[in-house]
Design a protein around this ligand. Structure first.
Ligand SMILES: [Zn+2]
Length: 138
């Protein structure tokens, strides 16, 4: 089952819309981003400005095809009616067996990177607190 690269809603290659990396970059430059609810859920542990910036950076760097559910595709079409999704990827190209693994990765990879960063930050904070505490006790 494929999921929407934007809001993680289960969708499929027939119902959804696909954008090439170039098309998607153009969309992002026009201001396309996950809706507020998705941002709040997926990036809950981050200030919204940080989440937006990280998502945008990851989206612009992503080399993979994007799969958008009908709802996200509608938002994209509203922002940039002239950017027409490329449709269902050719099944006969490089990875015929699982087109899903190419497209559904980008969003997840970005979230994963953020989670790793958050873990590292909280670890640093914890160490800082422990060190601060033991110094204070002396
Ligand atoms: Zn979506």
């Amino acid at each position: 089952m494929a999921v929407c690269d934007i809001c993680m809603t289960p969708t499929n290659w027939n119902a959804g819309a696909t954008y090439s990396p170039d098309q998607f970059r153009a969309l992002v430059h026009r201001g396309f981003e996950p809706d507020a609810a998705t941002m709040a859920t997926a990036f809950a542990q981050f200030p919204i400005a940080v989440a937006r910036k990280a998502w945008k950076q990851g989206a612009l760097e992503s080399p993979t095809v994007w799969l958008l559910c009908p709802s996200c595709a509608r938002r994209a079409a509203n922002i940039a009616p002239d950017i027409v999704p490329s449709g269902i990827p050719e099944k006969s190209t490089s990875s015929p067996a699982q087109p899903e693994s190419t497209a559904s990765n980008s969003g997840c990879a970005i979230i994963l990177a953020l989670v790793v960063a958050a873990t590292a930050i909280s670890l640093l904070l914890t160490v800082g607190l422990v060190v601060g505490h033991s110094i204070a006790e002396r």
